[in-house]
Design a protein around this ligand. Structure first.
Ligand code: PLP
Length: 450
């Protein structure tokens, strides 16, 4: 058993080596200072000094079942002993079971899955299939979206993470988001953007609907600040797509698997997309996995054709076994229902924070998917941290996040939005403990209110 000092020393060494030899994603390399994590369990992870962190971010909003869930860990061990790896041309028990389970838990006639290593690859394959199926080439995506860091995924992405990869793939057209708090149309009643159809119809008029293969959207926008569409929006987009023979691709890489309090985000509005892309919560990232799930007509259409897509690790046995175990655990433990119930706790508790803290301009979300939008003034809605700001301009939120971390609360933030996205298995006590720390550190944001 290592002594406390040697464990702490090991932690320091790990960070030093990481800084020297690991290229970190989306980071100024000199600015990173990662926490060396020794272990994790439930809603907590622990560093080499033994300090516990309450994971209010589910890492990258993916550890939905919580850390080290025994059933999922056991399934990986069992699978590794039996069949650690096998190529995609074979049929394997865990892959077939997962395909069948996904057909059961996803809505409508979404029945056939192509397995990937993550979310971006699922989106790549979704737009490729949509173009092939429709014989059209354009894809409409929204500005406040993230769809992954591969060539197509990052071009579909509307936020500034796209800029470094431009010009990207051809044929991507942009539309605005139903972001009621900062509506680009000034949000008249009815709003052409936030109701969905009028704005999309106008874009189709300019682009030529017959050239558009698909509309891709995050059902509930995740990293760009938790944007929940108004009721009716998604149905309205669905209806326009149907009328023009355009496929609707719902990117539920983040919103899927209970995050919104329903199995899938689309279930909140009873909409069935033509293609659903998933990853993250499918198995909480215990082994990398994503999937593109398609509806029956597309599945039927593709049956007598050669599908021009593939990955060496498509349907990897360890990934599939962990996903089967995770979905079964969701069903056995009522984790989706728990997420919905916790959503009501957050609705109440975060609203109380808004009463106490003038820096909170809006609280929005559902299930275990919440955002607190911080402003300098509720009247002008000026962002507490400007769009795409870093460095000193981002200080109000970086200071706040650091203060939370010091108190053992790990937060994800995006410019002026604090995300509350813990594992769906979070207990009421843990949720309240995290909100209490938030309550304390929000006084830092309040200092900047004018
Ligand atoms: N789509 C959405 C909505 C996401 O949030 C993400 C990742 O955060 C992705 C796609 C990309 O997934 P991955 O990082 O697994 O490729």
């Amino acid at each position: 058993m290592a002594t406390t000092e040697t464990r702490s020393e090991l932690g320091r060494q790990i960070v030093e080596d990481a800084k020297k030899h690991v290229l970190y994603s989306w980071s100024v390399q000199d600015a990173i200072n990662p926490i060396a994590v020794e272990r994790a369990e439930g809603r907590h992870f622990y560093d080499y000094d033994g300090k516990a962190y309450l994971d209010f971010a589910s890492q990258l909003v993916n550890v939905s079942i919580g850390h080290s869930h025994p059933k999922v860990v056991q399934a990986i061990k069992d699978q590794a002993e039996k069949l650690a790896t096998i190529g995609p041309p074979m049929a394997t028990e865990s892959r077939s079971r997962l395909g069948k389970l996904l057909a059961e838990v996803t809505p409508g006639d979404l029945t056939m899955s192509f397995f990937t290593n993550g979310g971006a690859e699922a989106n790549e394959n979704a737009i490729k299939l949509a173009r092939w199926y429709t014989g059209r080439h354009k894809v409409i995506a929204r500005y406040r979206s993230y769809h992954g860091a591969t060539a197509g995924g990052i071009t579909l992405t509307g936020d500034p993470r796209r800029w470094a990869a431009e010009p990207g793939i051809p044929g991507v057209v942009r539309m605005f988001d139903p972001y009621t708090y900062r509506c680009p149309a000034g949000h008249p009643d009815p709003c052409p953007v936030c109701t969905g159809a009028p704005h999309l119809e106008e874009i189709l008029q300019y682009e030529g609907a017959h050239t558009v293969a698909a509309v891709i959207l995050e059902t509930v926008t995740g990293t760009n600040g938790i944007i929940v569409p108004p009721d009716g929006y998604l149905q309205s987009i669905r209806e326009v797509c149907d009328r023009h023979g355009i496929l609707l691709i719902a990117d539920e890489v983040m919103a899927g698997f209970g995050r919104t309090g329903k199995w899938f985000g689309v279930d909140n509005w009873d909409v069935v997309p033509d293609i659903l892309t998933v990853a993250k919560g499918i198995n909480s990232g215990y082994v990398p996995l994503g999937a593109m799930v398609v509806r029956e007509p597309i599945a039927d259409w593709v049956r007598d054709k050669m599908f021009a897509g593939g990955l060496t690790y498509s349907g990897h046995p360890l990934a599939c076994a962990s996903a089967v175990a995770s979905i079964e655990a969701f069903q056995e433990e009522g984790i989706v229902e728990q997420s919905a119930a916790t959503g009501e706790v957050f609705r109440t508790e975060l609203a109380k924070l808004m009463e106490r803290h003038p820096s909170i301009g809006e609280v929005r979300g559902l299930g275990c998917f919440w955002g607190l939008e911080l402003v300098k003034s509720r009247e002008t809605r000026e962002m507490l941290v400007p769009f795409n700001a870093g460095g000193e301009a981002a200080a109000p939120v970086t200071r706040l996040a650091k203060a939370a971390l010091d108190q053992g609360l790990y937060l994800m933030t995006h410019w002026n939005v604090i995300m509350v996205v813990p594992p769906l298995t979070i207990t009421r006590e843990e949720a309240e403990e995290g909100v209490a720390i938030l309550d304390d550190v929000l006084s830092i944001a309040d200092e900047y209110v004018v």
